[in-house]
Write a protein of this length. Structure first.
Length: 385
């Protein structure tokens, strides 16, 4: 692992930052408040090769890795444009299909995911399972060569923007017990698939949905990978998801700190700008250190993942997501405080980040479940569940 980014990585960082800054937080919030999607931004990011940077070149991707995709996510978020579907479409789904899909599945889905013309949602969470994915009950039964899928999912992001959803279920043969996930790509226009929007207090152009699968019939080739040994296949996508969650939070932390620093440098109510008072400068310095530390762990996780060390990447990805979530919540909180009353105005745009920053503590895996993982896996402590 090198601490110095290559010329290509630096150039990518600059190019993504320049594109995202062109849109900026005003665009992102305007779209969110109008209930619209950031279609122009998504398709430009796709055309410039940013969305599919981690996907194989043979299927239209950039041929790089999770390091580069997390860098894209971080820069977009640092410029006020953290798009959730980046976490889902190329990082989880693109990775799983390129690693475990058939030749036909790769040809059908990866080029579109890579250039942004296809957005694929991801559905694992269920109302009665939540953090305990071993309890999911969405079930697939065979009918001839087809599969018929029944179940319910919740908090699924971007279904209304998506052409397909990668659904995590289980086959009838593995209906109970520890999860042996079966993964299906289901086009969103398939009969029997319905969704309703969940009203959130997040200011985000991407919405969350309850998804209902009422005997959804899909052909045999909707199944991605093996039908009963897919836990490794699932985690091939969930570790990238955690790395991307960390990248989004690191970017949001940088965004908040930058806003606060710009403000406290010039705002003056005593003899000197308020940024000279250590009551403000020290917490911001601390936030900066915490974000940089979280970023380092995120880069370690991405590097391990790209090197094929799945076990090492899992531990690092969990730690990075935890550290980035905590650091960004604190950075956003301190940014609001640093702006005083303006911290709560629409004009300064930092209050909108308060709820959004909490997302990194809850999803894709909660702070507590990461602490459980570290306690049990890294420290060898007994489980409480
Ligand atoms: C904006 C948003 C977007 C999302 N997008 C998607 C998506 O696209 N696809 C998808 O599948 N899911 C998505 N999710 C769901 C997300 O992954 C879940 O919300 C998350 O995994 C937590 O599950 P839960 O909400 O059911 O909380 P619960 O599991 O009910 O947990 C509630 C609280 O209890 C704690 N807790 C639970 N069990 C334990 C334990 N054993 N020890 C200690 N504490 C515990 C949790 O940490 C949490 O604090 C999204 C969620 C949000 C908010």
């Amino acid at each position: 692992m090198s601490f110095i980014e290559t010329e290509e990585q630096k150039a990518l960082r600059q190019a993504v930052a320049a594109m995202a800054a062109n849109y900026g937080q005003d665009y992102y919030l305007e779209k969110a408040r109008a209930g619209q999607h950031t279609t122009e931004l998504w398709s430009e990011a796709g055309k410039l090769g940013f969305i599919g940077v981690n996907l194989p070149e043979a299927y239209g991707g950039g041929g790089a890795g999770m390091y580069e995709l997390s860098l894209v996510m971080e820069e977009m978020s640092a410029n006020g444009c953290a798009l959730l579907m980046m976490v889902v479409s190329p990082a989880i789904n693109g990775t799983i299909i390129s690693k475990f899909g058939t030749e036909e599945q790769k040809k059908r889905w990866i080029p579109g995911i890579a250039d942004g013309s296809i957005t694929m949602a991801f559905a694992i969470t269920e109302p009665d399972a939540g953090s305990n994915s071993h309890r999911i009950t969405t079930t697939a039964r065979r009918d001839g060569s087809d599969w018929i899928i029944k179940g319910q999912k919740t908090f699924i992001s971007g279904v209304d923007q998506a052409q397909a959803i990668l659904v995590v279920g289980r086959t009838e043969d593995h209906k109970t017990g520890n999860l042996k996930p079966a993964l299906f790509v289901i086009p969103t226009d398939t009969p029997g698939l319905h969704w309703t929007k969940i009203e959130m207090e997040l200011v985000s152009p991407e919405s969350q949905f309850q998804v209902f699968l009422d005997d959804v019939r899909v052909p045999a080739d909707a199944l991605v990978g093996s039908e009963d040994a897919a836990i490794a296949q699932l985690f091939a996508g969930l570790n990238p998801e955690r790395i991307m969650g960390a990248a989004s939070a690191v970017g949001m932390g940088r965004f908040a700190i930058n806003k606060a620093v710009d403000y406290v440098k010039t705002r003056q109510v005593w003899k000197t700008p308020i940024g000279s008072h250590q009551g403000l400068s020290h917490p911001l310095a601390q936030n900066h250190i915490e974000i940089e530390l979280a970023k380092l762990m995120m880069q370690k996780a991405a590097t391990l993942y790209d090197a094929g060390d799945d076990f090492g990447a899992a531990e690092a990805a969990n730690m990075a997501k935890y550290a980035a979530g905590e650091a960004s919540v604190r950075a956003v909180d301190q940014a609001v405080q640093s702006l005083g009353g303006n911290g709560l105005t629409k004009e300064y745009g930092i209050a909108a980040a308060v709820t959004a920053s909490k997302l990194a503590r809850i999803a894709p895996v909660s702070r507590e479940m990461i602490l459980n993982f570290v306690a049990q896996t890294s420290l060898g402590l007994p489980r409480s569940y």
